[in-house]
Design a protein around this ligand. Sequence first.
Ligand SMILES: Cc1ncc(COP(=O)(O)O)c(C=O)c1O
Length: 425
Amino acid sequence: MNGSKSRPEPAKGSRPRASKGPRPEPAEGSRPRLSTAPRRSFVASYLNDIPRSGIRDFFDIVSARKDVISLGIGEPDFVTPWRIREASITALDRGATTYTSNRGLIELRRQIARYLGQAFDVAYDPENEILITVGVSEALDLAMRAILEPGDEVMYHEPCFVSYNPEIRFAHGVPVPVVTRRENGFRLTRPMLEEKVSPRTKALLLSFPTNPTGATLTREDVEGIAAFAQAHDILVITDEIYSELTYEGERVSIASLPGMKERTIFLHGFSKSWAMTGFRLGYACAPVELSEAMMKIHQYIMMCAPILSQKAAIEALKSNVDTDEMRASYEHRRNFICAGLNEAGIPCHVPKGAFYVFPYVGDYGLTSKDFALRLLDEENVACVPGSAFGASGEGFLRCSYSTDLEAIKEAVTRMARFVARLRKG
Ligand SMILES: Cc1ncc(COP(=O)(O)O)c(C=O)c1O
């Protein structure tokens, strides 16, 4: 058969059909009986201690309602730029429907190496130091599983992305949150780390700009953290997923500092800055030994990332698809929402990156969850309770400004009305 010819669709009505009429009842006495044997729970007990994501829980409530203005979404409101989508469509049209090599397409790895050299001043070998993954989510999981022995501690800054704590626990590590505070813009500095380090500390997980606070670090902060990692012989895992969405200040990756590449796993992906969440594509870069360890897990659990997403990502990097326009649009909306919330008396620091603000709502005698539920109930505005991002997020709300500006304006008006009512009591 000629492979290039498309197969004809089966004619309507020619598919084998299930036999007509009701199924006959099984003969008396032949029905399978329900077992009465005692059955233990087959779920691993450590999972009982890990709660469901607070974001999911909240959005189960939101999805049951109509006409809600949502500031809850953690993904871009842009459709992936056309050139990127087109690359995927063309690849599909040409029959790209196979596995790729476990590490991912070499062309993509070369493009990533080129891009990281230019944008982050870090050099990774596309042959054996870059691994293409199913989002940063998979890369995070691989990193944890590749490095942790049971009981090893991993430090991370909090409030933070909901997955960090569970990812560490899934790999039988011990999460050690380091609380960051709004008084200093939710930054992380060396003295804060020195307070929490222990002989069991194996790694430090970083992500700046941060989800949910939008916090960024100065070069001095990053240098201090690098010196800390070297002094205590700790590995750094840096999640750079929001790096391109930095609005002010210098963007410095810890991997680019002297002596750091050899003790860093650099994670990045296409979800946020290229508006490609649905493509599920990320990558992990690390020195060969670590990269091989992650690769070992990846090849057994995932085999490879989807080929059509890899084709799209090649185009995203090769054609230098301009993400500046999206960044400028987020920045404009950030300025609006921060000014609006502060004017309404809802204190909100001005974050320098990502697409979230993290206003303080702790002065109304409500938990952040109750505040969010009442705001939803009374004004039909959905924001994520800060407690979803760790205990230190209590008293805050995460509001994403990755939504239509008119919707943001209306949401801010409603929030102002809501807190005015709360103040009156
Ligand atoms: C800090 C951070 N890291 C990783 C991810 C997951 O990224 P991906 O879509 O590449 O799996 C998210 C998603 O919200 C995030 O906020």
